[in-house]
Design a protein around this ligand. Structure first.
Ligand code: NI
Length: 186
């Protein structure tokens, strides 16, 4: 996406694994913050930074803001419209059923790496929007995966912690060369 001055002014540095904030449990956003300039700015910074880093999602702790706020987007598929970018505040996730599936994940805070991570295939999420409106929805597949990955950041958890085995960890270049090619991704 072209970077305009408006966007670049909002982009923040993404902190990497080793920065202590990534391992902290983030604080819930207080009720008085809804619709405030402070929360709107944080939301705009998350969206701008996610886009400029070409990510599918970003959680506030990744820009060194230890608050329970995340953003993500899901591209259009054959069966569903694109979602987002959607900013969720104080999200609460609950798996629907116990079915999990392995899928490849990367993270802007662990640049250049990929790992195979089991996630629930369906989750129910309750959250607030920046204006305080309460929403709830059920997410499936990739949508459910992104939500679980980003919500984990709010609890100081990164995808490495969820991997069944570290043996699948690989660099992006090698992943593209040896693994992506063999998958039935389109
Ligand atoms: Ni991440």
């Amino acid at each position: 996406m072209p970077v305009t001055d408006g966007v670049s002014a909002l982009t923040r540095d993404v902190i990497r694994l080793g920065h202590p904030i990534l391992r902290k449990v983030a604080e819930p956003v207080p009720v008085q913050w809804f619709s405030s300039e402070k929360l709107k700015k944080l939301a705009d910074e998350l969206v701008a930074t996610m886009h400029s880093e070409d990510g599918a999602g970003l959680a506030a702790p990744q820009i060194a803001e230890s608050w329970r706020v995340l953003v993500y987007w899901v591209p259009e598929t054959e069966d569903a419209d694109a979602i987002g970018p959607l900013v969720l505040v104080n999200p609460e996730l609950r798996p629907v059923g116990s079915h999990q599936e392995d899928g490849w994940e990367g993270c802007l805070s662990l640049p250049g790496l990929r790992g195979l991570v089991p996630r629930y295939t369906r989750v129910k999420v309750k959250a607030r929007l920046v204006n305080g409106e309460q929403i709830s929805m059920t997410a499936d597949g990739f949508h459910a995966r992104v939500l679980q990955h980003e919500a984990d950041h709010l609890d100081g958890i990164v995808y490495l912690d969820r991997m069944t085995s570290p043996a699948s960890l690989c660099y992006e270049e090698e992943w593209e060369k040896f693994i992506l090619r063999e998958d039935d991704l389109d």
